[in-house]
Design a protein around this ligand. Structure first.
Ligand code: TXE
Length: 496
């Protein structure tokens, strides 16, 4: 183990490049989900803290210390930040595991992914090219892409450090200043990244972090008229509240919300591949993943065989304390969340579902005090059951049979969500035909959980709108400005 002390520090926000306590000195405890132990505290932000951070971001944006730097210089600083993240990879991974309960191997992956986001977007800084049109009367129209200004970035607790890179990379590369609010459950790695950003040479005021409760700090960001765009990732109901708050001030919002993504397996699929893929689709990150394949739709002819194989695969996943290097699944984020997950399972059972594996929290050593729930498979679930319709956000999957393509499509589209879908078939034309008919922003064919940085990510229906990742994320955080340069001499319209 390396020391994570450096990143614990005094509880505080990062505003104008320095750590500052909450305006009223308030703090919130930080719990290790694997042990229940409180090991740190964070500042409990206030609306006054948000005002201060937004003012700092606005001042930085206005004076051009970042927004008007040549793109290549912004890119150089973001590349340096990525290098610092890689230099501190082990400390950051241990910090993340302590804070989230993620297996240490997953946390290492997320840290590298964060660096990767800053590297990718560093390469895009200053490369957003507009258009030029020669108009009538000698006028020249230039459409340029300019940074939007101050961006409020609200992140959930499921991938905290990766979220800092996923939103921070394109927001900063585009020349914006930002106020980032991590979840109060998982703020430490975002604070650490912001501190490394300052070390990398990011000017003060460009990457502010305000920690604290969602409704207080997140609400103040969403309702702030001087925040030009809010980029929100989180639950659907919270996202809709953020949108209402944005509507009150008439400012932009982008929402990446919940999902109930289908994994569709046809009888001709190679089950040696499809079964572990379907398991990984749901159980990765303890099932706390917006694009988790939480509904497996299986052709009836192979249903029983599939359930049996999936049950065996799920039961063999190594649930262990997250610092154990063999851990494949760690702890859920909190006791409250675990109770919700378990509540969904118990309700499903009451509605007639059959638990083929899992279904009860783990409490014996080495899990005592922590929030551990095993991979859980539910069969005999009907499409009208709540557990088929609603996001559980835990290691719980339902398996439902279908007879033909039409039924597979109807079942896939039978929820209010539309974030991701995965189709498995040896017949590529069928897979593409079925995939094309699914309401989704992200479609996997004979693969799952692949999130290349180049691929715009986001949903349809109640899964939100707007796209992150790839070039689309840059567009998210810029606005088009039309500049018309006069050609022929201006004629006085009042002369007569
Ligand atoms: O998320 P929230 P929570 C789902 C998942 C989970 C449920 C609740 O089903 O069980 O949401 O989780 C901040 N204005 N997802 O409560 O509330 C909050 O502090 C502005 C799915 O943790 O959506 C955090 O920073 N911000 C999801 C962020 O919003 C507010 C990922 C997300 O928290 C706010 C997470 C408010 N009024 C949860 N209230 C996914 N699909 O990716 C809270 N926040």
């Amino acid at each position: 183990m390396v020391s994570i002390e450096r990143f614990l520090g005094e509880p505080g926000h990062i505003i104008d490049g320095v750590r500052v306590a909450a305006s009223d000195g308030g703090t919130l405890p930080v719990e290790d989900p694997a042990t229940g132990e409180v090991f740190a505290s964070i500042a409990a932000g206030t609306p006054a803290d948000v005002d201060r951070a937004v003012a700092s971001a606005r001042a930085a944006f206005r004076d051009g210390r970042w927004s008007r730097l040549p793109g290549i210089e912004r890119g150089r600083i973001l590349t340096r930040l990525a290098a610092l993240i890689r230099d501190h990879a082990e400390e950051l991974a241990e910090l993340e595991t302590r804070d989230t309960g993620h297996p240490i191997g997953d946390a290492r992956f997320d840290v590298a992914d964060t660096a990767h986001h800053f590297e990718y977007y560093a390469g895009l800084a200053g490369k957003s090219v507009g258009q030029a049109h020669q108009l009538a009367n000698g006028q020249l129209l230039n459409v340029v892409h300019v940074p939007a200004g101050v961006v409020g970035a609200i992140n959930p607790w499921n991938f905290p450090i990766a979220g800092a890179g996923l939103k921070g990379g394109p927001i900063l590369a585009s020349g914006n200043s930002m106020v980032m609010k991590p979840s109060n459950l998982t703020s430490l790695s975002t604070l650490a990244v912001a501190e490394l950003a300052i070390e990398a040479g990011l000017p003060p005021g460009v990457f502010n972090v305000v920690t604290g409760s969602g409704s207080v700090v997140g609400g103040a960001i969403a309702r702030h008229p001087d925040v030009d765009i809010v980029s929100f990732t989180g639950g659907t109901e919270t996202g809709m509240q953020v949108m209402r708050d944005r509507a009150d001030v008439g400012r932009r919002v982008q929402l990446e919300l919940g999902g109930k993504s289908p994994t569709i397996v046809f009888e001709d699929a190679d089950l040696d591949e499809a079964v572990p893929a379907a398991a990984f689709g749901i159980f990765m990150n303890q099932g706390q993943n917006c694009s988790a394949g939480s509904r497996i739709l299986v052709q009836a002819s192979i249903h029983d065989r599939f359930v049996e194989a999936l049950t065996a695969r799920a039961a063999a996943i190594r649930v262990l304390p997250p610092f154990d290097p063999r851990a494949q699944q760690g702890a859920l984020i909190s006791g409250e969340h675990l109770a919700k997950v378990d509540g969904w399972v118990q309700r499903a059972v009451a509605d007639g579902a059959r638990v083929t594996t899992g279904g009860r929290r783990l409490t014996d050593a080495p899990f005592a005090g922590g929030h551990f729930y095993p991979p859980t498979v539910l069969a005999d679930v009907t499409p009208d059951a709540a557990v088929f319709q609603e996001e559980v956000f835990g290691p719980v999957v339902v398996v439902v049979p279908f007879t033909d393509e039409a039924e597979a499509i109807a079942l896939a589209n039978a929820t209010r969500y539309g974030l991701a879908a995965s189709v498995w078939s040896a017949d590529i034309r069928r897979a593409m035909r079925v995939g094309a008919a699914i309401d989704t922003g992200f479609l996997w064919i004979n693969t799952i959980n692949s999130h290349p940085i180049e691929a715009p990510f986001g949903g349809v229906k109640d899964s939100g709108f707007g796209r992150e990742e790839g070039l689309a994320a840059i567009e998210n955080y810029m606005v088009q400005r039309s500049i018309i340069v006069g050609g022929d001499r201006f004629v006085d319209p009042y002369a007569d």
